[in-house]
Design a protein around this ligand. Structure first.
Ligand SMILES: Cc1cc2nc3c(=O)[nH]c(=O)nc-3n(C[C@H](O)[C@H](O)[C@H](O)COP(=O)(O)O)c2cc1C
Length: 431
């Protein structure tokens, strides 16, 4: 396979020498494209000797071949390791002022990025916004990991190890689709697909040919390396929806937030369901944004934390080191569903879930209706949750509201039965 290895200006560039060697030894044709700053860390002769190709940073060499176009068009995969904060920003802006920037614009190949930088740079809102935009465009990320950084510092920002990146490359080459492309695979012109009416949903509730993104489980927001703020969602309802959608002929991507293997087992061997694990609300948001671009139907069943902890401690918070109980400051997470509704592709059907505690059904539905208006979704599945109902249990009761707030279905039963009722409502709404 033809792999372009972009290397940018961080100390972790030395680790990419090992990555380049692994790729070459696996039989790939590796073209190393460093930035000028990368060559301050590891020099051209090293890259040329390892890759067995001449190396340049400039678009003005090899002009008869128009090197960036040739590299971009020929590539089966582009890996950028390490990716600096600067390069992430340049990619987001689409800057094309060196060979790496132009190659990235001249390619349709999947792109894998392994960021490496200090924690502050990684967590800076500018970098995180850039990452979210790149994910939305289908760029895949590996890492960064938490660990030792330059100097005495440690924390999130360390580049994934060459072996981990190599393994991900092998996975991507075996299954070269990005998340959005994965959903697009059944439709050669996915973004041009005008509405959801075109696919073959019909009155029997078939979802054949549709691409459906489902989220399930519950997000976890870290407090320190060992603790988190989470919720009791088992993921059973969303997994049941994913399994039932695949049963009806849909191609499903399941964003699985902290779901136990025994629950996920219902879909793990199903070739029509691709499972993407996510942890925090921010990770779920990025994956949902990327996945929704290729989906006709989005069903967000995961229980998402409204808040995350500001200033996550890199070390375990210890009782003996504190003067008393610690104070956690929470900051609001962005509303994923509202963002998906805002950015929806034409004709996309969006389904939300509302897990509510309420004194009775009237109050439950009223709460659901208020949420429906706030979120702007097409269908809302409202379920009553409490100490002994909804979460963690195998049974559920759903009130399914349409966009006008009317209850189109009230169903009680196993989560498979409620999933089926929800998909009936989806199929009916698609008609
Ligand atoms: C010793 C040293 C180490 C650096 N390490 C990193 C790093 O790991 N990540 C990063 O984003 N920037 C790092 N920088 C800053 C980048 O080199 C700088 O932003 C540069 O403009 C990146 O250019 P490039 O993205 O075109 O390679 C480092 C700078 C120095 C001097």
């Amino acid at each position: 396979m033809n792999i372009v290895l972009g290397v940018t200006g961080g100390i972790a560039a030395y680790k990419s020498v090992a990555l380049a060697r692994l790729l070459v030894e696996a039989g790939h044709d590796v073209q190393v494209v460093p930035t000028d700053d990368a060559l301050r860390f590891v020099g051209k002769p090293t890259w040329e000797a390892i890759s067995r190709h001449p190396v340049t940073t400039s678009v003005h060499e090899d002009v008869p071949e128009v090197r960036h176009v040739a590299l971009g068009q020929r590539a089966d995969l582009i890996v950028i390791a390490p990716a600096t904060a600067n390069t992430l920003a340049r990619m987001t802006a689409g800057l094309a002022d060196d060979l790496l920037g132009t190659t990235l614009l001249a390619t349709r190949a999947p792109v894998l990025v392994a960021p490496a930088m200090h924690t502050e740079m990684w967590q800076h809102a500018a970098t995180q916004d850039n990452v979210a935009i790149l994910r939305r465009r289908g760029v895949q990320f590996i890492g960064p990991e938490s660990g030792r950084l330059t100097g005495n510092d440690s924390g999130p920002g360390r580049m994934s190890e060459p072996e981990q990146i190599f393994a991900r490359v092998a996975e991507m080459l075996a299954e070269p689709d990005s998340l959005a492309q994965d959903l697009d695979a059944q439709d050669p012109a996915p973004l041009a697909a005008p509405t959801v009416a075109a696919p073959t949903a019909h009155s029997t509730g078939s979802l054949s040919g549709l691409r459906i993104l489902v989220s399930a489980g519950g997000t976890r927001e870290p407090i320190d390396p060992v603790r988190y703020i989470g919720n009791r969602s088992s993921g059973r309802q969303g997994v049941a929806v994913a399994a039932a959608a695949a049963e009806r002929g849909a191609k499903v991507v399941l964003l699985a937030a902290n779901i136990e293997e025994s629950v996920l087992a219902a879909v793990l061997d199903n070739p029509a369901v691709r499972v993407i694990p996510v942890g925090t609300a921010a990770e779920l948001e990025s994956a949902a944004q990327a996945g929704s671009a290729g989906a006709e139907v989005v069903i967000m069943a995961a229980a998402v934390s409204d808040y995350r902890v500001a200033g996550v401690s890199e070390e375990k918070i210890r009782k003996e080191d504190s003067d008393g109980p610690p104070t956690l400051t929470l900051v609001e997470n962005s509303d994923i569903l509202v963002g998906l509704v805002r950015d929806r592709r034409p004709g996309q059907l969006l389904v939300g879930f509302a897990a509510e505690t309420a004194a009775d059904e009237v109050e439950l539905i009223e709460r659901g209706r208020r949420k429906l208006v706030r979120k702007g979704v097409d269908l809302l599945a409202v379920n009553s949750v409490g100490w002994n109902e909804g979460f963690e249990s195998r049974e559920n009761t759903l009130h399914i509201l349409d966009g006008s707030g009317a209850v189109v279905e009230r169903v009680s039963g196993t989560k498979q039965e409620t999933a089926d009722a929800l998909l009936d409502a989806v199929a009916a709404a698609l008609e």
